[in-house]
Every structure is written in C-alpha cells, then in structure tokens.
Design a protein around this ligand. Structure first.
Ligand SMILES: Cc1cc2nc3c(=O)[nH]c(=O)nc-3n(C[C@H](O)[C@H](O)[C@H](O)COP(=O)(O)OP(=O)(O)OC[C@H]3O[C@@H](n4cnc5c(N)ncnc54)[C@H](O)[C@@H]3O)c2cc1C
Length: 387
C-alpha cells in the first residue's frame, strides 16, 4: 500500500487535532460516561474529518477509501476506545449505505449534515432478540399512505442518547428474511421514538449506548435508503466498511500499549534487573509487535482490494476476527507485565483491557466472522437432502 503526501497530511492533521481537542478530555469523558458528540463532531466536520471518502456534492472530501482507512488508523491514537468508536459509527457504520444508495433528497437531509458535524448519527441493527442473527430482527415498518409506521426496538445503539437520526434496519414485508428488510433514516426527535435507557458498560465508557423503542413512529417513505427489500444486502455491504474500520482502528492502540509496556518494564527493577530484561518479556513484546504488523498487512491488502472494486467480505471478516483476538492477547499480556499497576484504573492498559474486549463481540462476534469465512471457504455444513 503506497501512501501519498496527501495521506500523510491527513495523518498529521488528525494527530494534531486528537492531541489538542480529544486526548486532554478523555479522562473526564470516561468518568462522565459520555462525551459531547455534537461539540466534537462539529469541530471535526469543520475540518473535513467526517466525510473524507464521502461525495463532494454532500460536503465530503471525495477521496478514495484509503483515506478513510488512514483516518481509522490515526483515530487509534485517542487514549480510549469509546470516542473513536462513536466517530466510526458516524463515518463508517451508519452512513456508507446512505452515501452509496440513498436518493439525492435523503442524502441532502441526513448525509450532508452528518458530514458537516451538525447531525450525530447512529445505527440500529441489533435488537434484544437479534444480534448475531441479524436476519431474525422483528422491528417492522408498515406502509401507510406515503409513510412508514415503525414499531419495535433496538438494543446497544452506540451514540443512541445523543443522535439526531438513526439508520434503521426494519422489516417492511413478510417475505423471506433476506428480502424483506429496508434501511430507513429516522429522525430521533420523531414522535414515538423513545430512548428507554442509557446502558452501563464494562468498557467504552465515554461512548453512550442506548436501548431504543419505536412506538407507531411515522416517517415519510422517501426516508428509505435505496430500494425497498434491499436493506439486508445494503447492511451486509455496509458491514464490510464497519469491519475494516474496526480492524484498522485497533492497530495504534495496540502499538501504544506495547511501547508503553516496554518503557514501564525497562524502568521497573525486580530481582536486580529491569523486568524487560527477562527474555520471556522482551520476546513476548517482539511477538506481539509482529502480530500487529501482520494485522496491518491484511488491513492494507483488504483496502487495496476494496479500492479495486472487489468484494472484500472474506478479508474484512478475517481482519475483524484477528483484530478482536489480538486485542485480547496484546492487552492481557501487557497488563500482566504492568503487575499491580496494570490493575489500577489510572493506567491506560487497564482501560484498553476493558475497551478492547468489545471487538470480539460488537459488529459481528468472532464466531460470526468464522461463519462468514467458512462460507467463503465452502466448508459450512449444508442440510442433507433426504431421498
Ligand atoms: C458497546 C456496544 C456497542 C454496540 N453498538 C451497536 C450499534 O451501534 N448498533 C447495533 O446495531 N448494534 C450494536 N451493538 C450490538 C452488537 O453488534 C451485538 O452485541 C453483536 O452483534 C452480538 O450480538 P448479541 O449481543 O445479540 O450476541 P448473541 O447473538 O446473543 O451471541 C452471543 C454469543 O454467542 C456466540 N455465537 C453467536 N452466534 C454463533 C454461532 N453461529 N456459532 C457459535 N457461536 C455463536 C458468540 O460468541 C456471541 O458473542 C453494540 C454492542 C455493544 C456491546
């Protein structure tokens, strides 16, 4: 993967922004259990960070996907997982389908203000009874005149208490599970949308996560993204960007934790020598560094294939799977070598340990990734036909 001076410029300006506008506040936001999404997103929107690969006619920078990947990688410099995840929802999880398949009208209404940072977006796929098994969701959007009337609920919605609109996946007919779904943009202020509760979490504490109810919520049918009945397919396409984002955004945090663990163990003396000087410790750091570079390679390769117009579902699933597992390995190993300090809330590694655990669950659990990879390998068992 070759990066241009423009890529490097994006890296530098995002790093500068993170150091000035994000990292000084992260501890307070983690403590409060929420960050000011409107305030931060407006600042990011003004600098063009929320639409690097989005079409210029809606305020995006119109650059190719490699710039989004650079952005995801640099967001890993934020010293928590919650804030980058919230930004990722805005740029790479709730808006890719809208940008690709939405009508001009719906893009002007929802995409343009999200790129500008005037709107906060969230994504409503998961439900209390349907997480891994997306197709089994039960929220309905029934047609009535020119409107959809939505009933149901969504669970674990990132940005859900602060969002201005939700990219909602709902059943719009009784047809087959993969052909009956539609993505709809729903303003969160619409009558009948209820933020039932803000969920308390193990990690990602600065990101707000909500349970939502929809009770006879009426929105015009023109708020639909693309064609009716194509929602499941659009969401699966949208998941490619979400999963790549998830993998790439994990890299810098892991590198930081490895570097900081090296620094700490170099200065901490036990049994008359730095802890780092035990071969088991510096070899482990070398091993983990190697693994992170391998993850970077698969991410960059997936990005190149995606830019070439190829389906990267398998590569993106592999990258997401590897990122979730590696985060657990890196964070656990590093925490171990911080000893008692690793268990203290004041050290970055303890936050990473809590935040990183989500990667093997959210956006498709490890087992879902393994299922997708198996499907592409042709090894998923098929029902045996009776004679
Ligand atoms: C902090 C946070 C933020 C989130 N943000 C959003 C969001 O913004 N929008 C949204 O729509 N969703 C969001 N989610 C939901 C997330 O995507 C789901 O939690 C995830 O897809 C897993 O679904 P589930 O929790 O229902 O797990 P389940 O489907 O109940 O699965 C439980 C576990 O069973 C195992 N499992 C599942 N399927 C299989 C299988 N086929 N074979 C073997 N094992 C299996 C896996 O280990 C899985 O972790 C978020 C979740 C969290 C925790």
């Amino acid at each position: 993967m070759k990066f241009s001076e423009q890529h490097e410029e994006l890296r530098r300006s995002l790093q500068k922004f993170i150091e000035a506008e994000v990292n000084p506040h992260v501890d307070a936001w983690e403590e409060e259990g929420i960050f000011p999404a409107h305030d931060l997103f407006k600042k990011m929107g003004d600098l063009g960070f929320l639409g690097v690969s989005k079409p210029a006619e809606y305020g995006g920078l119109g650059l190719d996907y490699s710039y989004s990947m650079v952005m995801a990688e640099e967001l890993g410099r934020i010293r928590c997982g919650g804030v980058p995840m919230a930004i990722g929802v805005q740029t790479d999880m709730a808006t890719p389908a809208l940008a690709k398949f939405g009508s001009d009208e719906v893009r002007r209404e929802f995409l343009a203000p999200s790129i500008a940072g005037d709107f906060v977006a969230c994504l409503g796929v998961s439900e209390v009874g349907a997480g891994s098994d997306v197709a089994s969701l039960t929220t309905t959007a029934r047609k009535d005149g020119g409107d959809y009337v939505i009933n149901g609920g969504k669970m674990w919605t990132t940005n859900g208490t602060q969002a201005d609109w939700i990219c909602l996946l709902a059943n719009t007919s009784d047809g087959g599970m993969h052909e009956n779904k539609t993505l709809i943009c729903v303003p969160m202020k619409t009558k009948g949308v209820q933020v039932a509760r803000k969920l308390d979490k193990l990690g990602m504490r600065s990101s707000d996560t909500a349970q939502l109810y929809f009770d006879d919520v009426r929105v015009p049918q023109r708020n639909r993204i693309g064609e009716e009945g194509k929602g499941f397919t659009y969401q699966m396409i949208q998941f490619q960007e979400e999963r790549l984002w998830g993998a790439v955004s994990a890299l810098r945090g892991m590198e930081r934790n490895i570097d900081e663990t090296i620094e700490y163990t170099r200065s901490r003396i036990a049994f008359g020598k730095p802890i780092l000087d035990n071969q088991v410790v510096h070899f482990r750091m070398a091993e983990l560094k190697t693994e992170v570079e391998l993850l970077r390679s698969i991410c960059y390769r997936a990005c190149e294939e995606y830019l070439a117009g190829n389906n990267v579902t398998m590569l993106a699933s592999m990258a997401k799977l590897k990122a979730g597992r590696l985060l657990r390995e890196v964070n656990d190993s590093c925490l171990q070598y911080w000893g008692g300090m690793g268990f203290m809330s004041e050290t970055g590694i303890s936050r990473s340990y809590r935040d990183g655990r989500l990667a093997s669950i959210g956006g498709g659990a490890d087992e879902v990734m393994l299922g997708i990879i198996s499907k592409y390998m042709g090894t998923l068992p098929r029902p045996v036909k009776s004679k």
